[in-house]
Design a protein around this ligand. Sequence first.
Ligand SMILES: Nc1nc2c(ncn2[C@@H]2O[C@H](COP(=O)(O)OP(=O)(O)OP(=O)(O)O)[C@@H](O)[C@H]2O)c(=O)[nH]1
Ligand SMILES: [Mg+2]
Length: 1106
Amino acid sequence: MRLLNPQKLNELQRNPNRVRNICILAHVDHGKTTLADSLVATNGIISPKMAGKLRYMDSRKDEQERGITMKSSSIALLHNKGGEEYLVNLIDSPGHVDFASEVSTAVRLCDGAVVVVDVVEGVCPQTQAALKQAWLENIRPVLVLNKMDRLILEMKLSPLDAYVHLTQILEQVNAVMGELFTSEVLGRTVPEKSQSQIDPDKASSLLYDWSAGLEDADDSHLYFSPDQGNVIFASAVDGWGFGIEHFAKLYADKLGVNEKVLQKTLWGDFYLHGKTKRVMKGAQEKAKKPLFVQFALENLWAVYDTVVIRKEKDKLQKIADSLNIKLTVRDMRHTDGKVQLQALCGQWLPLAKTLLDMVCTKLPAPCEITEEKAEKLMCSATERFDSLPSDTQKLKSVFMACSSDEDAPVIVFISKMFPMERRCLPQYRSHPLTAAEIAERREKTRLQHAQRLAQSETPFSVEGTHLLSSGDQMKIEEQKEQEQNDADAFIAFARVFSGTIKKGQELYVLGPKHEPQSALEKLESGEVINPDLTLKDLKSGQHITRVKIDQLYLLMGRELETLDSVPAGNVFGIGGLEEHVLKSATLSSTVACPAFTELAQVVVPIVRVAVEPTHAQDMAALVRGLRLLNQADACVQVIVQETGEHVLVTAGEVHLQRCLDDLRERYAKVAINASEPIVPFRETVVVPPTVDMVNEAIQDQNTASKDGDKENAGEVITLSTSNKHSTIKIRAAPLPTEVTSLLEVHADLLKAVDKHIHSEAGQQNSEMFEDSLSESQMVLTERTLKAIETLKEKLKDAFSSAGDEWKCAESQIWSVGPRRCGPNILLNRIPAYDHPSVWQRLRGSDRRLEYDSSFVNGFQLATLAGPLCEEPMMGVCFIVEDWTLAEETQLDHPSSRSPGSEHNDPSAAAKPGSIPGNLSLSACQAPSAILPESLLSQPYGPFSGQIMSAVKEGCRKAFQARPQRLMAAMYSCNIQVNAEALGKMYAVLGRRHGRVLHGDMQEGSSTFTVTAVLPVVESFEFAPEIRKQTSGLASPQLVFSHWEVIDIDPFWTPHTEEEYLHYGEKADSGNRARRYMDAVRRRKGLAVQEKLVEFAEKQRTLSKNK
Ligand SMILES: Nc1nc2c(ncn2[C@@H]2O[C@H](COP(=O)(O)OP(=O)(O)OP(=O)(O)O)[C@@H](O)[C@H]2O)c(=O)[nH]1
Ligand SMILES: [Mg+2]
């Protein structure tokens, strides 16, 4: 029977001290869902016998089939801890890296996390990621060391070896926690709050905590240790689990030792002195059994040995009696030892009770939200909390109060929208009809019947059409209703942080980009938010709609229950927000409430496919389906390209498969063709290689030209604008790798710099610069400003260590691109052009400054699509050697141009396709104050546009003048593989151009953990192939890691004799880079140099000879 009834629920929800919002986090397959089963079984939702087999939280069909969780879902559970009742909102999350964004959505709504670690596999990449996410969101974790049974049955360790193994695993987990803590402490060299809230004494005590280290009592929340009561040893599949307090309690009486002493010594290097019966230190040194081995593990091993391995039934009864456990006759008779074991251990060491007790004591209640967390939720890390409007700052206390009073402002965060079949919603579920409903139905049927009769009497009408009787109409209506019931409803996955949300209440829906400052100003100026507006009516700059709350739900795993109101501190669902929320949003009764900070995105969506309906008439359904999919999945991106192609961007292969299945079966319900996965590349230039493809040193003409070109700097390209008024000299060079990676890592910072320093307002009006600079310093946190300084320092170091050529380069950075935050640099080496670097604002009276933004835009366009295959550039530096403007530029003098010049102008002819686009772009950006009207009507278009296309063309040519290379996205891949399968795994990796970085043997087992890198483009079907090759012994996890240069010239043809010998005349076998490049070009409809028919005569001769 279900324990949770509406009345009790209501009572518990109102008392935030008795609520716990927790999620289960772990690496894939470490047993989260199995563990959740045990907890769900305690509430009578599933039978305890089925716990661990059912995987109740995996409600999707494909989740059950593939055995992995793909979404996070919540269930409300009741727990009675020593007479006190608690409401536990438990969220099960996926462990597969492709669904990492689902973990972010879960973690945001929780106060605590249960981190599960498989004791055989140990800490895996996703365990680290989970711990990091918990850390970043300031939620407290507890640890479950799961799959203990594998130590006994699979690895066949002795209790002592198992103990040593467990200590190592625990050390691994604590090492991750320590690392997180250190990086945080180091990152906080200037404690942010020290200026505003915390006095210096307190700040130093923060650091003191750290130096105090492990022994300090305050660190208890940081490290996991069984004696602190935050670690449980468990086997989720067998349904048992214990913390050391269980055995401490048990043996305190038996041994006559104080329970508290036992609690402290049961884990660690302590043993029991045989004669004195006293607990002593130094078990290892004296070769004694640690207490944990003697009292906990040996007992457990004995039970497994008797029940599962030797199957001694008579002894089973004895054990049960000694433990005071009653086994049913059915269990006793069962032939499967595992069933008996589960029955026995389930009562002896009940997993769910132990875990929920720990959750209720060790994890914080919603009302214990810390000041730090509240600030983090309200304000992004790069901005200062005190830069928020004062009304908004006041809300911090509201967060911390977690009050559900009538007058408390309502603040609700929606972390995702998830689909639910409409007919599964409680309001559509069948329920016993009331008398009134029965009467109504009877009346309806009677009417229908009467109409049908009347119809059959009317003579046949020629028109026929108006004969569509009301009976038919009813049928149509019914059909419509049916269709609607089949369609999915979207439920918002939400948590109330303050106030009480009620049915019928009107609230503001604040989009993720909402800013309280501007919204408050708008409201003050008398603007009202039209309650009829929905998401699609919003114009740019508008982020607020209003909604009347219609449906509130209690989330119960696969089911929902309706609620009338939800008080602060609870996780719940909201229906009917499809039109108002895309993926996440904040609901509030006041617009002063800021949009919650963005969820941390841990995976980079990298795999894209183009989709189209199999039958063209289904296009509308596909578009609708894509919209729904986009709403339902936090990680997926749907892009409509200029070509009209619909592109899906997903995190990985498994995620892609799920998205396509969903689209076909759920959202679009039409047949779809998906293209081959599209993998992005980057384009770059390199220093001229010194060896050729067969590793012979390159001599002759190359080296000669290198000597001539003294800096080895690539050709300087000189280009003029179409009207010859401006000339640009530019060359390309590969950036030092360190600089590229600095730019890549700090993309967010560069974006912030761009946003606040080069804001559009600033560019339009040079007088405003000074003011807004100080303003931006107000907005950016100390920490961000400091980070900018550090980045500058680091860039300086990186440049200076890269050689004389890069001297002072950091102060010459004109712009970074593409999108003003990318890994390419535009360097200003123009003599006497005093342009401040990217870190400062434009200032000065140089005429060229007026066209500065066009110049930069040209560079942005060039870096966005390189000449190899129109993919973005990476690690390229464009050095502008000179830029001149002719005097007459400002004169409105069309006659000063020679009429025929367009024909012999190289830049106008070079890329005709791209110019119109540029012009339209520049037309809106051109500083119209400087450009006389008539210039716009000149044959070459606005001057700023000409500069832009000249720069773009110049960059492309300079790029082409260097040795060009493609860069491939690389996955880092972590494979756990058995020793026997190691060779086969290497073969698979080798075939796919992967590289093994290192392989470690796991202690005490024959499993290797191999870390390798693998090009994303070669990764498709990798997981299934490796599983097949190694008979399922290896299971890889692929995560995007970095970009790597493919060291083959895509345009390479054999030159030397050795090369001919090695690669043949055509050399079409070896050139991987060319293959990739041509594939991309073909996909994009660009020209591909390829001969389809070679030696046609020969073919003819062949056939003649036959
Ligand atoms: N031997 C053993 N197997 C277990 C235990 N717990 C779970 N398993 C098995 O491990 C496999 C994965 O379990 P799940 O609960 O689906 O793992 P999960 O962590 O939810 O996986 P994802 O949700 O896909 O990340 C299943 O086959 C379980 O039967 C355990 O304590 N002992
Ligand atoms: Mg799972």
